[in-house]
Design a protein around this ligand. Structure first.
Ligand code: NAP
Length: 491
C-alpha cells in the first residue's frame, strides 16, 4: 500500500463518519487505487444502505440545533475550518494527488480554491437578510425571511475531490443545514480528510456526515427516497443527474445539478493567438482534460486556422506527462482504465471520419492511465469529439468562416456550462458572448472560476449555482409572514 508520511496523521481516514464517529462498513471495504501507478492506495469502508439511513437520522437530529445557532457562531466554525484547511494544505494536496493523480501544483491550487469557498460562506453566513414589503392594506406588513432548507444530501465527483465538496457543504452549513455527503468512490480520502479537520474545529456530531461505498445507486436510493432530506446537490454526469432528479420528484426535493459540459472555445481572426493558445492549454489540459468547463471544442476562424494549429501543437508537444508527485509533470493520468479506453475510442472515431492527427493520439504504454496530449484538426460536427464531453487531453479543432457560423457551432449541443471567446474587437466580443447559450462565458480568459462567481450551467448542464450569493440562496427557503391588524390602541 502506498504510504504518504503525512505531517498530520489524523488526515489519513479510511472509515466513514456518521454522528461524530468513524465507522467501519457493514459490507467490508473497497479499494482505492493510484491512477498513476495502478497500486493500492487504501481500503475504505463499504457502507450498507442501513448505515446510509443512519447518517440521514444523524443529520435530521443535528440540524435544528445547528440552525438555532447564531449566524456568527456558524461563521466562526467555517472560519476555523478554513484556517485548518489552509494550515494542512500540503497534506491535503498530497492525498489528492495520490488518489486522483493530478499534478501536485494543481492539487495545491485546488486546496486553495476549496478553502476559498469555506471563507466566502463564513462571510456570507452573516449576511442572510430578509425584507419588509409594503402591502396594499396599511394595517399590515409583509415580512420575507429565509430559513434553511433542512437536511442536504451532497453527491460529488472525483475530478475535483475537495472543491466540489466545500462549495456545497460550506453554503449549506452557513445557511443552517446539515449534510450527508457521498464522495466519489475513486476519491474518498480527500473528503474524509476534510471531515477530520471539520471535527477538529468542534463541529457538532451529525452536522456533517460522510458516507462511503461503491454501490452508488443504492446509496442514492436512500438519499433521494428519504423525505427528511430536503435538498439534493449533485455534481457529476448529466446521465446520473437526470436519474437522481427523477428520483427526487416523489418527495419534491429541491435540487442543484452541476452536470456535464461541452465547452466551445472560439478564436476570432483578430485574436491574440499566443493568448488564445495559453488559454487553451490552461483550460483544455488542466486535470488532464477532466474538468466540466474544459474547452472541449476549439472553433478557429479560417484566416488564422493554420497559424493557431502550429502554435497549439508546439505548446502541447512541450507538455510532460507523468506522476503528479514529480514536480516536472504538467499532465497527470486519467482516472481509470475505462476513461483511457473512452478517450481512445473517441480519437479513433474522429480519425476514421477524416480528422487530421497533429500530435499524440495514443495511450502511453506502461503502468497507469496516461494518454498522450493530442491535437486533432479538421474536426466536424458528426464526430464524437465534437458532440460529447471528451474528458481527456485531446484538443479537437474545427474551422469556421464567420461569427454567425461560430455561434451556431458553439450552440450546437444540448450542454450549456461554459464557453470562451478570444478576439480584440469589444463590440464583436460582446455580441458573440451574449449569443452563446451558456451559464458562463470567458472573454479572453479561461480561468473564470472563483468563490465570488455564480458557477453553473443551462440546458442539460443543469441548474442552480455554486459560489457567490446565489450559491447560498440555493440552501434557503423563502418564508413570507403577514403581520396583520397593526393598529395601536393609544393616540
Ligand atoms: P458520475 O458518474 O455522474 O458520478 C458522480 C457522483 O455520482 C459520484 O459520487 C458517483 O459515485 C455518484 N453516482 C453515480 N451513479 C449514481 C447513482 N445512480 N446514484 C447516486 N449517485 C451516483 O460522474 P463522474 O464521471 O464521476 O464525473 C464526471 C462528470 O461530472 C462529468 O460529466 C463532468 O462534466 C461533471 N462535472 C460537472 C461539474 C459542474 O460543476 N458542472 C463539476 C465537475 C464535474 P461513484 O463514484 O461511487 O460511482
Amino acid at each position: 500500500m502506498t504510504s504518504l508520511n503525512l505531517q498530520h496523521a489524523s488526515l489519513w481516514q479510511t472509515r466513514a463518519h456518521i454522528r461524530g464517529r468513524w465507522l467501519d462498513g457493514d459490507n467490508g471495504f473497497f479499494d482505492v487505487t493510484d491512477p498513476a501507478g495502478g497500486g493500492l492506495v487504501a481500503r475504505v469502508a463499504e457502507l450498507s444502505p442501513a448505515q446510509v439511513r443512519s447518517a440521514v437520522d444523524a443529520a435530521a437530529e443535528a440540524q435544528p440545533a445547528w440552525a438555532a445557532l447564531s449566524a456568527d457562531a456558524r461563521a466562526d466554525f467555517l472560519q476555523a475550518w478554513y484556517a485548518k484547511v489552509k494550515e494542512h494544505r500540503e497534506d491535503l494536496a498530497r492525498l489528492m494527488t495520490l488518489e486522483q493523480g493530478k499534478p501536485l501544483g494543481e492539487a495545491r491550487a485546488e486546496i486553495d480554491y476549496a478553502a476559498s469557498y469555506i471563507r466566502w460562506y463564513a462571510e456570507e453566513a452573516r449576511r442572510i437578510v430578509g425584507e419588509l414589503i409594503s402591502l396594499p392594506q396599511n394595517d399590515r406588513a409583509g415580512l420575507v425571511s429565509y430559513t434553511p432548507v433542512g437536511v442536504v444530501a451532497a453527491i460529488t465527483p472525483w475530478n475535483f475531490p475537495s472543491a466540489m465538496i466545500t462549495r456545497k457543504v460550506a453554503p449549506a452549513l452557513a445557511a443552517g443545514c446539515s449534510v450527508v455527503l457521498k464522495p466519489a468512490a475513486e476519491t474518498p480520502l480527500s473528503a474524509l480528510a476534510l471531515m477530520a479537520l471539520a471535527e477538529e474545529c468542534g463541529i457538532a456530531p451529525g452536522v456533517i456526515n460522510v458516507v462511503t461505498g461503491t454501490d452508488a445507486p443504492a446509496i442514492g436510493e436512500v438519499l433521494t427516497g428519504d423525505p427528511r432530506v430536503r435538498k439534493l446537490s449533485f455534481t457529476g454526469s448529466t446521465r446520473v443527474g437526470k436519474a437522481l432528479m427523477r428520483a427526487c420528484t416523489d418527495t419534491m426535493k429541491r435540487t442543484s445539478m452541476e452536470l456535464g459540459g461541452n465547452a466551445p472555445l472560439i478564436v476570432l481572426d483578430d485574436a491574440d493567438l499566443d493568448l488564445a493558445v495559453a488559454g487553451t492549454l490552461a483550460s483544455k489540459f488542466r486535470n488532464a482534460g477532466q474538468t466540466c468547463i474544459c474547452a472541449n471544442r476549439l472553433l478557429v476562424h479560417e484566416a488564422v486556422y493554420e497559424r493557431f494549429l502550429d502554435k497549439l501543437v508546439a505548446a502541447v508537444s512541450g507538455m510532460t506527462p507523468g506522476s503528479g508527485f514529480d514536480e516536472q509533470t504538467t499532465l497527470g493520468p486519467l482516472i481509470h482504465r475505462r476513461a483511457l479506453e473512452s478517450v481512445q475510442a473517441k480519437v479513433q472515431d474522429a480519425l476514421a471520419q477524416g480528422a487530421r492527427l497533429l500530435t499524440g493520439g495514443q495511450a502511453i504504454e506502461g503502468q497507469g492511465c496516461f494518454f498522450q496530449p493530442t491535437v486533432l484538426a479538421d474536426v466536424n460536427v458528426s464526430m464524437q469529439v465534437f458532440r460529447e464531453e471528451i474528458f481527456g487531453p485531446v484538443a479537437p479543432v474545427t474551422r469556421f468562416a464567420c461569427d454567425r457560423e461560430a455561434v451556431a457551432l458553439a450552440n450546437d449541443t444540448p450542454f450549456g456550462l461554459a464557453a470562451y471567446v478570444f478576439g480584440k474587437d469589444t463590440g464583436r466580443l460582446w455580441q458573440i458572448s451574449q449569443s452563446l447559450a451558456y451559464g458562463m462565458v470567458g472573454v479572453n480568459e479561461t480561468a473564470i472560476s472563483s468563490a465570488q462567481i455564480p458557477f453553473g450551467g443551462v440546458k442539460e448542464s443543469g441548474h442552480g449555482r455554486e459560489g457567490a450569493r446565489q450559491g447560498l440562496m440555493d440552501y434557503l427557503d423563502t418564508r413570507y409572514t403577514c403581520l396583520g391588524n397593526l393598529i395601536g390602541q393609544g393616540a
